[in-house]
Write a protein that binds this ligand. Structure first.
Ligand code: FEO
Length: 400
């Protein structure tokens, strides 16, 4: 993708990674690929905000070269040390070795450890500004959104916020702006991104949004480091982040299970019917068949979860164990759950699932339902009642 004008003398010079299918190792399925956004400001001081993932360094350099000679770059802003944004920095610095790099102290330390490349680095803090000539950059530290080194950069005169990972989406597209793409796809990718990357940091995000609102910073555009730029109504995505950060939830239940011989699956389907009978939104998934990234996205606005596993070796099945450990890392708040499952000669899965959920801060609100071998008609009726009762708990639960 060639460079794109964002505003007068402000250009997108990043890269579109059409083929990326897993991100952060295997933790995130990027079905629509991703982008690594970098922005070039042409002013008295030529300034680049962020770079791209190392395999795309050539693309970044070509995009910059279509506008200015890269050796003319005076400043590079490193909002975040993670390699998807800093990976091309060593290659770029070969072309502009005198460019001064700006970022947080933690970013400086991280860059040194990742690349071991000498650079003229200036540490900046919240409230620091940098004059580029006609424009001024203002920096805002954003620790834990989502790494300790993270930082936002704001172009005062253009009213453009460059918040790096915040407000991003893993969404490869030929378009650069939110009003050019399918709104449903954009909503899905923005939500999935928040759920899988930013969910653990809700408290920090809520505080940062308050800080931005208190400072009354006018924002015309939000240009994150992944996906499209929010220009249609940037306040809307800020408002949406506020809602997610405050755990705004719906009367919704995500039911998921792992089954050995189909008995736990039969229970799950009856449980679904029970939940639905109370008018509560619900869905049921076999976790061996569903994408984990999509499931976490659905879990973000659900008040509760019903989780099932057959017992194997006196514990839950391995995919469920892996998923619950991952889910624990998202540090969910205010969610409720109950567990169920079939067993042969012992029922260790129930205790195992409850233990992980409690350690994740999820409240278990109903006694579990365990059945031996295959469910009888009476036991399936009990599963239906189990779902119904859980749905009533959901209705009683606060929405945020
Ligand atoms: Fe935290 Fe997009 O890297």
């Amino acid at each position: 993708m060639s460079s794109t004008k964002i505003a007068d003398n402000l250009y997108w010079v990043g890269a579109v990674d059409w083929n990326m299918r897993t991100f952060h190792g295997s933790t995130y399925t990027t079905r629509r690929g991703t982008t690594y956004n970098a922005f070039l400001i042409i002013d008295e001081k030529i300034t680049l905000v962020d770079t791209v993932h190392a395999p795309f360094a050539r693309e970044l350099i070509e995009n910059i070269s279509s506008l200015v000679d890269p050796s003319k770059i005076d400043y590079i802003i490193a909002n975040h040390v993670e390699p998807d944004h800093s990976g091309a920095l060593p290659e770029l610095l070969k072309l502009c070795p005198k460019a001064k790099v700006f970022g947080t102290a933690k970013c400086r330390d991280g860059l040194a450890k990742y690349y071991g490349v000498a650079m003229d680095f200036q540490v900046v803090k919240s409230g620091d500004t940098l004059s580029l000539g006609k424009r001024t950059l203002s920096f805002l530290e954003a620790a834990m959104i989502h790494w300790p080194d993270s930082m936002f950069t704001y172009i005062v005169e253009d009213q453009v916020l460059m918040p790096n990972d915040a407000f991003g989406q893993h969404y490869a597209t030929a378009f650069r702006f939110d009003d050019e793409v399918d709104p449903a796809a954009l909503r899905e990718e923005a939500s999935k991104y928040y759920a899988n990357i930013l969910w653990p940091f809700g408290t920090v995000i809520a505080a940062k949004i308050k800080e931005i609102q208190k400072r009354a910073i006018p924002i015309k555009m939000i240009a994150p480091s992944h996906g499209v730029i929010w220009r249609k109504n940037p306040a809307k995505i800020i408002e949406q982040y506020g809602a997610w950060a405050q755990d705004t939830m719906k009367n919704k239940v995500v039911i998921f299970y792992e089954t050995m011989w189909g008995s736990t699956e039969k229970m799950a389907r009856k449980i679904l019917d029970g939940v639905l009978s109370e008018g509560v939104e619900a869905m049921v998934w076999d976790i061996s068949k569903i994408d984990r990234t999509d499931m976490v996205n659905e879990m973000l606005d659900a008040k509760g979860y019903l989780i099932g596993s057959s017992t194997h070796d006196n514990d839950m099945l391995p995919l469920m164990a892996g998923f619950l450990e991952f889910f624990k890392g998202l540090k969910p708040k205010k969610r409720i759950a109950a567990v169920f499952g079939s067993y042969g000669w012992g029922g260790g899965a129930i205790a195992g699932m409850e233990k992980v959920l409690r350690s994740a801060g999820v409240e278990i609100v109903l006694p579990s339902q365990g059945i031996q071998f295959a469910p009888t008609a009476d036991e399936l009726n009990a599963s239906y009642q189990f779902g119904k009762e859980f749905a009533r708990k959901i209705i009683q639960q606060k929405s945020s």
